[in-house]
Design a protein around this ligand. Structure first.
Ligand code: BV8
Ligand code: ZN
Length: 250
């Protein structure tokens, strides 16, 4: 029933803003932040690793984790959920805002307005901030430590181009996302896919869509911190629900 409700909401929508979280990529084989990590990283808590303090304390340790994640994302494919969103954009005005640092939306053919928590595939100097565009070595086997590249401008350590806990979001991306949500009106839809709704300010975005008059639809197999404020809740996974939703649109 809820897929039909969501399809009915989408049918009338002029604009659709998608807010995706780690659950969007789960069925591609990319672990979410809440799931236990695999292998070498099993005993480490991502929210302790994704911080400036962890980086300052031990750059090779944090760099090794990101290099492992780069390799993991390079080795997987977008799933049917990513592809369904790309298909939806052929009939609807779809704007994607993602918390994910992978490139699976893009590899499925979607345009992404904003990676509000940055990208695994962008790097910059941790000291002088200069972008680092040279190829990054990804070890074939997970390693516990790996020296980060050296900045060509100041010899500082190159860091991942992601937003760590306690760091500000990239202002342009964040601003563009808020503007897209605020531009929604009654009858439009905000699709919230695969996020626990725990991390702010991303978790506050569905409320902006609701405040603008849009219908908020959650696609998540489990309850999240934003389920209560969604108009329609579809308890299902991204890779099964999104294709069903697009198919129901006819
Ligand atoms: C900020 C990039 C202003 C890195 C990420 C104290 C000090 C400083 C800040 C704070 C503080 N207290 C609170 C804060 C704010 C903090 C915050 O919100 N903390 C939380 C923990 C309370 N936020 C920040 O720090 C942000 N910056 O506020 O700047 C500022 C500046 C200085 C001081 C104060 C404020 C920056 C946050 C960005 C952190 N970076 N990622 C990297 O990837 O390494 S966050 C990371 O976790 C993800 O990007 C994502 O956003 C977040 C949560 O992950 P989800 O995507 O939701 O995934 P999760 O695993 O949680 O859940 C998966 C969901 O999918 C589940 O619901 C599951 O049911 C569902 N699912 C599973 N399988 C499927 C599925 N769904 C569909 N299909 C499936 N198959
Ligand atoms: Zn530098």
């Amino acid at each position: 029933m809820s897929v039909e409700q969501a399809a009915a909401a989408l049918r009338g929508a002029q604009q659709v803003v998608v807010l995706s979280g780690a659950g969007m990529s789960a069925e591609s084989g990319v672990p979410t932040f809440r799931e236990a990590q695999s292998g070498l990283w099993e005993e480490f808590d991502p929210s302790r690793l994704a911080t400036p303090e962890a980086w300052q304390a031990d750059p090779p340790f944090v760099w090794a984790w990101y290099a492992w994640r780069v390799g993991l994302v390079r080795d997987v494919e977008p799933n049917d959920g990513h592809r369904a969103l790309a298909a939806l954009a052929r009939t609807h005005d779809v704007t994607i805002v993602t918390q994910n640092v992978d490139d699976l939306h893009e590899r499925a053919g979607s345009e992404v307005l904003a990676h509000i928590h940055g990208s695994l595939f962008e790097y910059r100097c941790g000291d002088c901030g200069v972008r680092y565009d040279a190829p990054v070595e990804v070890p074939s086997e997970p390693v516990e430590r790996l020296d980060p590249p050296t900045c060509q401008a100041c010899a500082g350590d190159v860091r991942p181009g992601v937003v760590w806990f306690g760091e500000d979001l990239p202002m342009d991306d964040f601003q563009a996302s808020v503007e897209a949500l605020e531009s929604l009106t009654k009858g439009d839809v905000c699709l919230v896919v695969g996020t626990s709704g725990i991390v702010y300010p991303a978790a506050g975005m569905p409320a902006i869509a609701r405040g603008a008059g849009a219908t908020v639809v959650e696609i998540n197999p489990h309850e999240s911190d934003i389920s209560d404020m969604c108009d329609i809740v579809v308890r299902g996974s991204a890779a099964t629900t999104l294709p069903a939703l697009v198919a129901a649109l006819g």
